[in-house]
Design a protein around this ligand. Sequence first.
Ligand SMILES: [Fe+2]
Length: 487
Amino acid sequence: MSGNARDGIVVNAPTRAVKGHDWDGVETDWTKASYGYGAIHFHDDDLNDACWKTDLTVTIPRDALSGAYVVAATGIDANVHDDIAFFESAKPRPKAAFVLSTFTYVAYANEHMWDMSRESKMTMAGGDVVIRKDAYWRRMARHPDLGLAVYDVHNDGSGNVHTTARAGPFSTSAQATADQFMINFLEEQLGRGGYDVVTEHDVHVQGVSMLESYDAVITGCHPEYPSRALIDAYVAYTRGGGNIMYLGGNGFYWCSTTDPARPHRMEVCKGDQGCRSIEVPAGERMHALDGQLGGLWRSRGRYAQTLFGVGPDSCGTGPGVPYKVWVPDEQAAECAWVWKGLEAYQTADSTFSLPLIVEFGFGGGASGDEMDRLDYKLGSPSNAVLLATSTGHDESFGIFNEEMMFPMVDTLGPQCDRVRSDMTYYETAAGGAVFSVGSIEWFCSLAWDNYKNTVAVITWNVLEEFLQRGKGDGMLSVTGNVGWYTD
Ligand SMILES: [Fe+2]
């Protein structure tokens, strides 16, 4: 509404809350400004809803179990095949829930970092990433009309802030695939119907009521794009005595927001710090959808460490490395249940007397891709125990820029002791507990050798313990700081 009877409707989600001709830097929050924001940034590749016609309707049986499903589609040409994934959310209420990182899946939908002609191309310490040009890559390359991820630049070179689930994502994050390893593990360990699948979108809309009946809640391997409502639900769940397993890396990192009227749409305004491939201009870092600051959650004071014990610090493209057990002697006995059964994996050239190595997996170890570490100064609870830490990341791994102050030297794996994954554990005052591993590659190692490995043993030890204990009594009253604290 223009206020001058020149009203209109915008389609395909052009970028809003952008600077106009009269912006002067006095007010950088469009919700407070009386001038300077009278503009819309249109792009020829904006997309909100591809408005595809319905080709196929699938009726889910009422008694279908919660889980991950696919519609297997074969073309008229039998060589053309696609699996269209969907998730049947919780119904029977077993004791464990696996929260699929659907915000991450949408954030990465149809990303173009493989396009080496764009500024947002995938580059890392160690050089460009080699792109495998398979059938999926060719299909993406043929379809520039399917919209962009929040890693991409528009055709005019500006960073993209919107992504949509209504464009038929042909590709999503590799971590979506890794999450399937965990689903398979839960199928094997708890049986069909022994666990529920929940999506981040469900928790965003329904809040803690979506989680509170579970004794244990497990995250995906890369919950990078939580909304505020999602984080609040995790906090409320732990205050209610819940047990969380954060089995990923680079989690709870970017602020994201969705449009209540169009939940398929997501907005992420990446600012001037964080591990990113795009950046929106200064003065355009307040989300248009909710008027709140975009960028890193840590820039809004909501450090991942305060709830999960660890928070994002580094990433790399090289092979994963093992963890080394690091429990202080005085806490070794009370943490021994985490390592139960690892002796079976003792080989001639390794012993499992402490300190031991948690090994196996993609490229050599369970810590890799993107990692999180414990830091009491950034809010890790004072009772969080460092169980294990990764060692030996190579030069392809580097620290995130928000972790550094003075000019960035000694930033790579071999020189920087903050480039690491920490495995942490703490118990909450509400009677629950939080276990974290701080690595995206945990799930890749989980499935190694058909789930016969140390990572699978530890994962089961913690899940079994949480299910046996059940939820705590919860916090009867909250005093003092009511921020993002659980202890
Ligand atoms: Fe990511």
